[in-house]
Design a protein around this ligand. Structure first.
Ligand SMILES: *Cc1c(COP(=O)(O)O)cnc(C)c1O
Length: 487
């Protein structure tokens, strides 16, 4: 199977090449042109444990690897790294199900993909016979950064650089990143927001293109190797519903996904393309509701105010992976996708054709909520069900309330409440200690839940990364470091 650029069908790559490059040479994203080509008996997947299930799905999406190879990579990626061997447990909360994606090494859903990506990348490097070290560039709105650092630190043949918005992440998230150890890691704050960081990283790729001095790749969800592992938990949740006797084989399920860059929810759509019976995907946004507007009207318009919300990992105005959806929903019309992306770059907006919008709306619904509704959802679910949600999960929960009667509803939970203790405590009517680290103890005492191990020792950990750069100097900073290869 050849992956192809969303913007030019003649730019193709094998799976390993697509993973190594991260982004296609024309700025497009690598995509599977035809899911019909993939042979996968999805029903037989449902009987497997999570790690073998992951290996099978990943092998189907990346057929340059044998099943044996993929099994070994999945073992290495996941075995013993998560709180539970099932990786992503499903909790029953009232008449909903919460798919807990945050039981990994950094308490964020991104661990699911970023535990696997380094394995895929080193294996791809071997397959492609590449000798030069790879430099991973990552823009983060908070969670990706730490999860990527955790996945890639001290991985041979790879170096990693992470950029985060200086005032756009929580104190805990910041501490997680700036205390990262490892001989191959670099972390810098930028004076700007997440979109500035992401744009800087994209511009760095563009500037390095075709220059043999650089071998850059991405750990953001523009990398297909990052997206593919996320397909697994949609099957896993379905298998759990079956096992608990909540559904019959073939019943359709609705997934509510707290969305930013559209990677998580798109992986769900991949699962559907592989056979999983899904009724609807509900795209939940916070006050930065560019996706809600798009899914309702077909107009994607990033020219709007940017809000800093209590769910910062979803504070995004340019959702990269939407480009892949446009490709799928236009029957792989790369010329159309290229022209829409050109509009986005030049005018700050694009409008999709009516027919395409209808196709998208048949699969995706959307809603949003503000910080106050987010807080209310946290308080309500705690009071009524004794279940503690983080702010991102709460956005999805609040949006799911508009879909009463559409059960079974699976709400994806993307972070531990301990990653956002201030907002969660305030939502519960408490006055949080000013020091966010103290507030971890406060939240633990109040909820009776233990602080995840990876967060407990953070306060006393040594700060190792202090660089702060202007958003316009990101490209030079990254290129210089990547060229010198001194870390
Ligand atoms: C990244 C992230 C999201 C958004 O996921 P996308 O794949 O970017 O849509 C939601 N919640 C949390 C906690 C995240 O870290």
């Amino acid at each position: 199977m050849r992956y192809q650029s969303t913007r030019n069908k003649n730019l193709t790559a094998s799976g390993p090449e697509a993973i190594l490059r991260g982004i296609a040479p024309d700025g497009g994203l690598y995509m599977i042109p035809d899911f019909g080509e993939i042979k996968l008996d999805w029903k037989s997947l449902l009987e497997l444990d999570t790690i073998p299930m992951a290996a099978k799905i990943l092998q189907a999406l990346l057929p340059d690897f044998t099943l044996e190879e993929m099994q070994e990579l999945a073992q290495k990626a996941y075995c013993g790294k998560f709180e539970t061997d099932e990786l992503t447990p499903l909790a029953e909360v009232g008449d909903r199900y919460v798919l807990e994606l945050f039981r990994g090494p950094t308490s964020a859903f991104k661990d699911v993909a970023l535990s696997m990506l380094p394995q895929l990348m080193t294996a791809s490097r071997k397959k492609a016979g590449q000798e030069q070290d790879i430099v991973i560039l990552t823009a983060t709105s908070g969670d990706t950064g730490k999860a990527a650092l955790e996945g890639f630190h001290d991985v041979e043949g790879i170096k990693i650089m992470v950029f985060y918005p200086n005032n756009g992440v929580s104190a805990v998230q910041k501490a997680q990143m700036v205390t990262q150890q490892g001989s191959n890691v670099k972390v810098a704050a930028i004076n700007g927001n997440f979109d500035d960081a992401q744009t800087g990283v994209k511009n760095t790729f563009a500037a390095a293109l075709g220059d043999p001095a650089y071998c850059l790749s991405s750990a953001n969800s523009i990398n297909i190797g990052r997206l593919a592992p996320q397909v697994v938990y949609y099957f896993k949740a379905y298998a759990d519903l079956l096992k608990k006797g909540k559904i019959q084989l073939g019943d359709e399920v609705t997934y509510v996904v707290p969305t930013g860059n559209f990677g998580d929810i798109l992986a769900g759509y991949f699962a559907k393309k592989l056979g999983l019976p899904v009724k609807k995907f509900i795209c939940a946004s916070n006050q930065n509701k560019v996706l809600t507007d798009f899914l309702h009207e077909g107009l994607y318009d990033r020219k709007r105010p940017f809000y800093k919300t209590t769910s910062p990992s979803m504070d995004i105005l340019v959702s990269s992976n939407l480009e892949r959806l446009l490709f799928m929903m236009s029957d792989c019309d790369s010329e159309l996708v290229a022209s829409l992306m050109k509009d986005l770059n030049e005018k700050g907006s694009y409008q999709v054709p009516e027919e395409m919008l209808k196709k998208i709306q048949a699969e995706f619904a959307a809603g949003f909520c503000d910080d106050e509704q987010t807080a209310q959802a946290i308080a309500k679910v705690w009071k009524e069900h004794g279940y503690l949600m983080d702010t991102h999960t709460a956005v999805a929960w609040a949006v799911s309330e508009d879909y009463e009667g559409e059960e079974p509803l699976v709400v994806l939970s993307t972070a531990s409440p301990f990653k956002f203790p201030h907002a969660v405590l305030s939502a519960l009517g408490e006055t949080p200690c000013e020091d966010e680290f103290e507030s971890l103890n406060q939240l633990s005492a109040l909820s009776g839940l233990p602080i995840p191990k990876n967060l407990a020792g953070l306060k006393s950990a040594k700060v190792l990364h202090t660089d702060v750069i202007e958003k316009d100097s990101l490209v030079n900073y990254a290129l210089e470091l990547a060229k010198k290869q001194i870390w």
